[in-house]
Design a protein around this ligand. Structure first.
Ligand code: KG4
Length: 333
């Protein structure tokens, strides 16, 4: 099956052509990051407008780069949600127009399923598995008994972890996106400052907003009391607390689900060097399990993952038509 896919849930306009879930015939990603950097974060209205400007160019490049024509495409797959509503609408409308124009079947898919299936480009999925999704918009721990079966064990009750990194970076005047900058600083520091321990209610849920406020209060207190502190040590302290919030739940999930064969990771925060180290530590403790953190180009938003998720959803009976609408809060199921 040859799938043409569109992704526009946040600040990347992307299109791709993928054959049989493995062969990437083309993948175009137009990032808006330079524009949003000027505002210190993604501005939804600006993001939607840029998607409108870019989407037809990206679609045209993706079909050309694939060397195919629309006659060769068997399915059009598009991110239906979750994401920024205005952004999602652009991709969904473009996909519906292509489906109508070229008479190609359409399927709307979940962005998180895309992040999970991005791992297929790098490894063979082994079920049951645990998927950890960590990005600027999502923080979820998902149990998959089998293909196309998603059981959300836990999720953030407030900010996504990437959002917390970005907000802490803003407090420290590091610029956007903050994650890579804090990651770099943290390597030079030690986690010596005591910050508020997150308190999420559910067994596997996460919380980051108290930690984020704790960083702001720490800086204000130090300045008020004229005490010396270092950005490196504060970055390391924040990072260690935030990642431990996630990994304490991951360890518990592995312990309570001994049948799990594999753990996979997705989303932009999986670029984090300390997160990758923590996955390695887990792998050393569980030699019977497989652990996979895909290369960065698979972790960040792209349309290749939406093509793979689309084919799997289609094979499992999911169908969409011209009534398909964007769904900002779409649950994975
Ligand atoms: O998945 P993604 O590209 O976009 C969406 O959120 O949809 O993730 C972007 C997020 C940002 O919050 C960014 O700060 C974070 O991923 N990020 C990182 C690192 N690289 C990117 N966070 C921590 N450490 C990193 N090295």
């Amino acid at each position: 099956m040859i799938v043409f896919a569109i992704e526009s849930s946040c600040d990347e306009t992307a299109a791709a052509v993928v054959k049989d879930q493995t062969e990437v015939l083309s993948s175009i990603v137009s990032s808006q990051i330079d524009t949003h950097t000027q505002f210190g974060g993604v501005v939804p209205e600006v993001a939607s407008r840029l998607h409108v400007e870019n989407v037809s160019v990206v679609i045209d490049q993706a079909i050309r780069q694939s060397g195919l024509t629309w006659d060769d495409i068997d399915l059009i797959s598009v991110t239906q949600g979750p994401g920024l509503i205005g952004c999602l609408h652009v991709g969904v409308q473009a996909a519906k127009t292509l489906s109508m124009l070229y008479n190609i079947p359409l399927v709307g898919v979940n962005h998180l399923a895309g992040h999970i299936y991005a791992n297929k480009l790098d490894t063979t999925l082994q079920f049951p598995l645990l998927a950890l999704l960590v990005s600027g918009g999502n923080s979820e721990l998902i149990y998959m008994k089998d293909e196309n079966s998603f059981d959300v064990l836990g999720e953030t009750q407030d900010d996504a972890i990437g959002e917390a990194y970005d907000k802490v970076a803003r407090v420290l005047n590091l610029g956007y996106p903050g994650g890579p900058k804090i990651d770099k600083l943290a390597k030079l520091g030690k986690p010596i400052y005591k910050l508020p321990q997150p308190k999420a209610q559910g067994e596997y849920d996460f919380s980051f907003s108290g930690l984020k406020s704790g960083v702001l209060q720490f800086v204000k207190r130090m300045e008020r009391q004229n005490e010396t502190w270092t950005m490196e040590d504060l970055a390391a302290s924040f990072q260690e607390t935030a990642l431990e919030e996630i990994f304490s739940k991951v360890r518990k999930a592995i312990k309570n689900h001994p049948e799990v064969k594999q753990m996979i990771v997705g989303g932009g925060v999986s670029a984090n060097s300390r997160l990758r180290e923590k996955v390695q530590e887990l792998a050393a403790q569980h030699p019977d399990m497989d652990f996979n953190v895909p290369p960065m180009k698979c972790c960040t938003d792209n349309a290749t993952m939406i093509a793979i998720a689309g084919e799997i959803a289609w094979n499992n009976g999911r169908r969409s038509d011209l009534s398909l609408g964007a769904d900002a809060g779409m649950e994975i199921q």
